[in-house]
Design a protein around this ligand. Structure first.
Ligand SMILES: Nc1ncnc2c1ncn2[C@@H]1O[C@H](COP(=O)(O)OP(=O)(O)O)[C@@H](O)[C@H]1O
Ligand SMILES: [Mg+2]
Length: 267
C-alpha cells in the first residue's frame, strides 16, 4: 500500500495560560492519502485551526510527529519551515490575509520570492495562478478594490502560486455569501480534481463539507470519522476504510462500507 501523504502521530497540543494547561489536541493520530479532499468539522474552539497551523508548521506541537510527504514538519527549524511551506503547502484563510498595500499580482508573487525562480518565471507563475482563479484582469487591483469573493480567489492564487501538492483551507467560505462561497468551493474542487491537489478544509458548513471525499470531526481534542454525515450529505464518491487510521476510542460502524459511496448504492 502506498504511504499516506499526511501522517499525524500521537499529536498533542497544550496551551498554557497562567497556571492552567489547556489540552487542545489529545494524542491525535490520522493519515490523509495523496490526492484526497478532506473536510474537517467540529465545534468552535475544538482545535481545528490549531491542527491546520501545526500541519503548516506555523505552530509547534507539544508532542507527537507530523509528516507531509517525506518531510517531518514537526522536526524542522523555523528557517527550513518557511522555505518548506512556500514550496509545499498553500494556506487559505477565512479572512483572506492579503497584504493591503500590495496588488493582487504582488500578493500572489509573495511565496515565489522565497524560491530561486527568475523574475520572468515568477511572472509566468503569477499570471497562471491568477488565470486559474479567473482574475487575470484584476492583477493591478489592491485588495480594497476587490470583492470578498475576489479577495479569496487572489488568496487561492497565492496558495497555488508555487504549485504545492497540499492546500489547507481554514473556513475558506466562512466570510462569504452563499454565491461567492459556492464559487470558492467549485474552485477548490477543481484544484483537487483537475490539478490533483490534496485538500484539507475546515468548515462549519455541511454543504461545503459534502464536497469533500472524506469527513472528519474534531471534538474535545479527539477525531472521529463521520461516515453517517457523509452518507446524509449524499456522498457520491469513493469511500473506503482506512486501516492506517488509528482513532482512539472510536470504532467505525460495521455497516458503513456497504452503503457507502463508491459501492454503487445511493442513499
Ligand atoms: N495561542 C493560543 N494561546 C492560548 N490558547 C489558544 C491559542 N490558540 C488557540 N487557543 C485555544 O485553543 C482552543 C482551540 O482553538 P482553535 O484551534 O482556534 O479552535 P477552532 O479553530 O476549532 O475554533 C481554544 O480554546 C482557544 O482558545
Ligand atoms: Mg478556527
Amino acid at each position: 500500500m502506498a504511504e499516506p501523504f499526511i501522517r499525524i502521530e500521537s499529536l498533542v497540543k497544550n496551551y498554557t495560560r497562567d497556571t492552567q494547561v489547556l489540552n487542545v489536541l489529545d494524542k491525535l493520530s490520522f493519515t490523509v492519502d495523496s490526492g484526497d479532499f478532506v473536510a474537517l468539522m467540529g465545534p468552535s474552539g475544538s482545535g481545528k485551526t490549531t491542527l491546520l497551523n501545526l500541519i503548516a508548521g506555523i505552530d509547534r506541537p507539544t508532542s507527537g510527529r507530523i509528516f507531509v510527504g517525506p518531510d517531518e514538519v514537526s522536526a524542522m527549524s523555523e528557517a527550513a519551515l518557511a522555505k518548506w511551506r512556500s514550496a509545499n503547502l498553500g494556506f487559505i484563510f477565512q479572512l483572506y490575509n492579503l497584504v493591503p498595500v500590495l496588488t493582487a499580482y504582488e500578493n500572489v508573487e509573495l511565496p515565489l520570492l522565497l524560491t530561486s525562480l527568475s523574475r520572468a518565471r515568477r511572472r509566468k507563475q503569477v499570471e497562471l495562478a491568477l488565470t486559474v482563479v479567473g482574475l487575470s484582469d484584476r492583477m493591478a487591483h489592491y485588495p480594497r478594490q476587490l470583492s470578498g469573493g475576489q479577495e479569496q480567489r487572489v488568496a487561492i492564487a497565492r496558495a497555488i502560486a508555487t504549485d504545492p501538492k497540499l492546500l489547507v483551507a481554514d473556513e475558506p467560505t466562512g466570510d462569504l455569501d452563499a454565491k461567492n462561497g459556492e464559487e470558492i468551493l467549485v474552485l477548490l474542487e477543481r484544484l483537487h480534481h483537475e490539478f490533483k491537489k490534496t485538500v484539507l478544509m475546515v468548515t462549519h458548513d455541511p454543504k461545503a463539507a459534502s464536497r469533500a471525499h472524506r469527513l472528519i470531526h474534531l471534538d474535545k481534542g479527539v477525531l472521529k470519522e463521520d461516515v453517517h454525515a457523509a452518507r446524509r450529505s449524499g456522498w457520491r464518491r469513493r469511500w473506503r476504510p482506512r486501516p492506517t487510521d488509528m482513532i482512539p476510542g472510536v470504532s467505525r460502524s460495521p455497516r458503513a462500507p456497504h452503503g457507502a459511496p463508491g459501492s454503487g448504492q445511493r442513499s
